[in-house]
Structures are given as C-alpha cells and as structure tokens.
Design a protein around this ligand. Structure first.
Ligand code: HEC
Length: 141
C-alpha cells in the first residue's frame, strides 16, 4: 500500500512532465501567432483610418438619406426657401456651416424654416447625411 502510494505521485509527475513539455511549445507558438494577427489587424485598422481621414459617416448612405429628406428643399445643393443659404462651399463657409459638427447640429435641431430631424433620423443617419453634404460641397455638387 505504502509503496504504491509513493509510486503513484512519482508517475503523475513524470506524466505531467511528459505532457507539459509538448504543450508549452504550441502555446508559445499560438501566442506569437495571436500577437502577429493582432498586429496585422491593427495595421489594417490604421490603414483604413488613414485612407479616409475626414470621413466620419457613410456618404453613400447619406446620399440616399439626402434624397429622401433634404432634396425637397436642397435639390442640387440649393435652397428653395432661403436662396442664399445653399449647401455650396462658399455659403457653408460664409454662414459657419462648413463642418460636420455644424451640419449635424442644424439637422438635429433645425433652424427657422428648416425642420428639426431629431426623431426622424437617428444619430448615425444624421452623421451620414452631414458627411454627404460636406463631401458634395467640397466636390461642387
Ligand atoms: C423644408 C425645407 C428644408 C428641408 C427639408 C431641409 N432644409 Fe436645410 N435648410 C432649409 C432652410 C430654410 C435653411 C436656412 C435656415 C436659416 O439659416 O434660416 C436651411 C439650411 C441648411 C443648411 C445651412 C446652409 C447654409 O448655407 O448656411 C444646411 C447644412 C442644411 N440646411 C442641411 C439640410 C439637410 C442635411 C437636410 C436633410 C436632412 C435639410 N437641410 C433639410 C430648409 C430645409
């Protein structure tokens, strides 16, 4: 009995040694692979953010939202109600609207004859439509 109980832990130790050595190597390799993948992922994210520095929203989605919600008054970047307040670069600059934040703010709250879009468009949609307007103003509509 006593001899057996002494051998058993020894056997376990040998077994443990035998199993721990080979598992160490794959674990180490796996960690290196994970780190490599993480680095690659970070590089991709960085590249994407560098490729589109001024883009906060999705302009393609913004274009659809613009046609559905804004074009009635702002067709082609114009303004059918208050002719001088167009969405063209010069007008946006003149009236302090040539930034994503200013456009998002006005679309959210509305101003005079322009209705508020809070409740009709969510924050992502407002971001998208503002991105589209700013991009179009830079392109010249
Ligand atoms: C019912 C007509 C109407 C609709 C619909 C409308 N707007 Fe306007 N928008 C106006 C009017 C009127 C002004 C001028 C407000 C003022 O300054 O008195 C204006 C001004 C603006 C300006 C500032 C232009 C400048 O030169 O200062 C931006 C930007 C703008 N609108 C974006 C949008 C976007 C984006 C949408 C759609 C989500 C939209 N508007 C929907 C009527 C409208």
């Amino acid at each position: 009995m006593a001899a057996r109980s002494n051998i058993t832990p020894l056997c376990q130790n040998i077994l443990l040694l035998g199993t721990s050595t080979p598992t160490k190597t794959p674990n180490w390799k796996e960690n290196r692979l994970k780190r490599l993948l993480l680095t690659a992922l970070l590089a991709i994210v960085l590249l994407i953010s560098l490729a589109a520095p001024a883009q906060a929203g999705n302009p393609a989605n913004g274009a659809k939202l613009f046609n559905a919600n804004c074009a009635a008054c702002h067709m082609g970047g114009n303004n059918v109600i208050l002719a001088k307040k167009t969405l063209k670069k010069e007008a946006l600059e003149q009236y302090g609207m040539a930034s994503l934040d200013a456009i998002k703010n006005q679309v959210t709250k509305g101003k005079n004859a322009m209705p508020s879009f809070r409740g009709r468009l969510n924050t992502t949609q407002i971001e998208d439509v503002a991105t589209y307007v700013l991009e179009q103003s830079q392109k010249g509509w």
